[in-house]
Design a protein around this ligand. Sequence first.
Ligand code: FRU
Length: 471
Amino acid sequence: MKKDEILKALLKNEKYRLNYHLMPAKGLLNDPNGLVEKNGIYYVFYQWNDKECAHGAKKWGLYTSTDLINWEIKEIALSPDEWYETHGCYSGSGIVVEDRINLIYTGNVKNEKDERESYQCLAVENNDGTFKKLGPIIDKIPKGYTEHFRDPKVWKENENYYMVIGAQSENLLGEVLLYTSKDFKNWELVGSIYNKNDMGYMIECPDLFKLNNSTILSYSPQGLEPQGDLYNNIFQSGYVVGNINYSTGDSSWGNFIELDRGFDFYAPQTFLDSNGRRIMYAWMGLEETNHPTMAEEGWVHALTMPRELILLDNKIIQQPLEEMKNLRESKVSYENLLLENKLILENVNGDSYELIVEFENTGNNCFGINLRKSEKEELTIKFENEKLILNRDKTPFLDGSRACKIEGTKHKLHIFMDKSSVEIFYNNGAEVFSSRVFSSQDAKGIEFFSNSEILLKKIEFYKLGKFSYSV
Ligand code: FRU
């Protein structure tokens, strides 16, 4: 698709189109790629099949912005047209080297024998903002690994460049490999930095970064079995905190913690912006979905909102970026309301809003909020038996619930509803639930409920506006 067509499709007034999330104009979007800030401009590339709502020979689409609200649509940055990427310019990352964005990505090939080949490739920004492909910089799979070898994430530290790559060992176990380079051209394998053999049959989209002074390795494992409330989606995304020796690759890591508790979250990627914020975007979707946007509007999936990552007591907390406040259009607020049974508040409803609620003195009660409520529908977020639970059973098209354990008596929900998506931040981002939801257009109610008297200490409600797009 050319950028004028992209603009036209994004501006269509369609039922499920999102107001303030990046989404594909047509076809299928998956992973965020190549996230960088250069000279005050944020670059958000994404995996894109612009031809149909299915996986296939992926391209890299691109949106840019100076404020993360007003977006410029760019021409497609990478399309698979070389021998080393015949079946897709797969995921990868970006880094600014000598004032040019360098993209390192996986060239995915299915050869004549229908076997996979994987090449880690480089493309460098031209003066006009297009990208020049320089071909593979790693063209061999290291001994002991299969061709499921992809998603390079690069960074620079202490005058050296580093790269982590998602891999599968010949024993069919997920691992992460570390490479290093002094000149950004010649790359050497350091070794495997995650090989505990407890992360399924493949690890995709690794990322390695520092928060405070701790090293975080995040990744998306495939093949974890559900364990109670954990790992209930088809694939997972999470992180471990630990230590690594960059010269030898020796590392030690703590337990794997899921980054999101909702239904739709995968393949997150982070970058550091010029304000020193570690910002994460993820694919707000997963494999094997059948969303009504596919048949009705010809597009599927979106990126999450950008979130700032902070490390607190060795755990990542995620917070909506300050910039999102610029979407606020009107405010309604309440303090110290007693909630018993059910409560509906004037001017607190809609399908594009931010809602902040602080509950207190809650004891062991069951309480929560029904969002997107109509006579027949509701999307429920509730506290029950020391768990926070999101339930989609009473929404069209989708069902099921997701839950996580919580503690304490002060509970704050910060909810971002955007037409066909919801992101719920619990206690300043200690937990987040991200989900798509395809409520009917008239399902806009918000109902607070509790099985016994509790205090709604604070309620703030803002109608949220839309991103603007230009070419
Ligand atoms: C993750 C992923 C990556 C791959 C890309 C292809 O969703 O499978 O491993 O590079 O998507 O689109």
